[in-house]
Design a protein around this ligand. Structure first.
Ligand SMILES: NC(=O)c1ccc[n+]([C@@H]2O[C@H](COP(=O)([O-])OP(=O)(O)OC[C@H]3O[C@@H](n4cnc5c(N)ncnc54)[C@H](O)[C@@H]3O)[C@@H](O)[C@H]2O)c1
Length: 377
């Protein structure tokens, strides 16, 4: 099969609208896209946490940043019309399970209606070629089983966040089938796909109720961190792994057309789908005596016990695969936080170096993957 590694020059000068650029994954994506030469417009709310990756890494240097609320149709419509994107990558969302219990309506509104607003606005975008909607591994009807979910399995969800991502998938499919059907691709020229990644970690995340940010905050305060579900199994992924998948997928949508307009899973190798407890013991090995944890025995809202993804499709059809294993990703993440906490002014150069290191390792075939990776970094 044709090699779908990042095509030299593909992103150069390409107009991309990236929603959620002020967030954790969005900041890394902005950095990567700008290194590849894309002309990026970002659309999101202001960063919520302090500190935050967007500010520390000075992401405003990499794109045209538009601050707006995706729940406001006229605001997102105006961003779409002004930026004239060829590719839209939609990451803006309320992404936290526990917050979704506290703020169910806001979560549903942002994630479901926000996506519908964007897709409706996209109908008026001239020159649009591809829309990639980022959902989550939590979009599946989780039966707590050991096998990973395949892309064609039913959507579902227990908590408001998971349901919002299942519904986002349905809304995406409805807009594709109703307004951009693959059977009429010759008329409209637009491919719409969705991407479902696992539990993402990496430097630059300060969100509430996420494992690594909670640990970093506890280390700073010299406290021990309370862990809610140490036995929960998750598909852990270093942040650049799914982003690499999104780049390959967007490229394939533009270059290879409507057969790529579907749902795609991006997850780690099976051996890196492990319990929280295993991640904690890796981190203990990295941080040493600075890091201590104990089980949080308080009654907490339901969170899935086991969640795994089947990634055969993206490995076979996009020739995507993780470049770093869990251990390497955690080491690089810990190194990033330690260095940035010691010298916040170095955050941009450290992040660019990390991106370059990931690409170089990928090209070297680290993890026994021999296919060349990207250019442009
Ligand atoms: N981090 C993970 O582990 C993970 C796993 C699977 C899927 N995802 C998905 O990836 C995407 C990015 O996640 P993240 O971890 O970077 O989250 P984040 O909270 O760091 O970033 C969320 C982004 O969405 C923007 N946003 C939120 N509400 C908005 C609104 N009403 N209008 C405009 N912008 C709004 C924020 O401003 C921010 O830029 C989300 O769609 C999330 O559901 C994340």
């Amino acid at each position: 099969m044709e090699n779908l590694g990042l095509i030299p020059g593909f992103w150069k000068g390409r107009k991309v609208l990236l929603t959620g650029h002020t967030g954790f994954k969005g900041s890394w994506m902005s950095l990567w896209l700008s290194r590849l030469g894309a002309e990026v417009t970002g659309y999101a709310l202001p960063p919520e946490t302090s500190p935050n990756m967007f500010g520390l890494v000075e992401i405003e240097k990499d794109l045209n940043s538009v601050i707006g609320d995706i729940r406001d149709y006229s605001s997102i419509e105006s961003a779409v019309l002004h930026s004239q994107p060829e590719i839209i990558i939609h990451m803006a969302a309320q992404p936290l399970v526990r917050r979704s219990y506290r703020e169910p309506l806001e979560t549903l509104d942002t994630n479901i209606m926000g996506t519908a607003n964007l897709l409706q606005a996209a109908r008026g975008a001239k020159g649009l070629r591809a829309v990639l909607v980022v959902t989550s591994d939590k979009c599946y009807d989780n039966k707590e089983r050991e096998q990973g979910y395949r892309e064609d399995e039913p959507m579902g969800g227990h908590d408001p966040y998971s349901v919002s991502k299942g519904c986002t998938e349905l809304v995406t499919a409805a807009f594709r089938d109703s307004f951009f059907p693959p059977s009429r691709f010759e008329e409209h020229g637009v491919v719409i796909a969705s991407a479902r990644a696992g539990n993402v970690f990496g430097g630059g995340d300060w969100s509430e109720d996420r494992l690594i940010p909670d640990i970093v905050r506890a280390i700073e305060k010299k406290e021990s961190v309370e862990i809610r579900h140490p036995e929960a199994v998750r598909p852990w992924q270093f942040v650049l792994e799914p982003l690499y998948g999104y780049l390959l997928l967007a490229q394939a949508m533009v270059k290879r057309g409507p057969s790529f307009g579907e749902g795609w899973n991006f997850g780690p190798d099976r051996e890196d789908e492990v319990a929280v407890r295993t991640v904690l013991s890796e981190l203990k090995g990295i941080f040493g005596s600075e890091f201590n944890w104990k089980s949080d025995e308080k009654e907490t809202p339901h969170e899935a016990g086991v969640l795994r993804l089947n990634t055969t499709k993206s490995r076979n059809q996009l020739e995507w695969s993780p470049r770093w294993n869990l251990k390497k990703g955690l080491e690089e993440t810990a190194r990033w936080y330690k260095a940035v906490l010691a010298n916040p002014h170095a955050a941009r150069s450290l992040s660019l170096e990390l991106l370059e290191k990931y690409v170089i390792d990928g090209n070297r075939g680290e993890n026994d993957y021999s296919r060349p990776l990207a250019v442009g970094v």
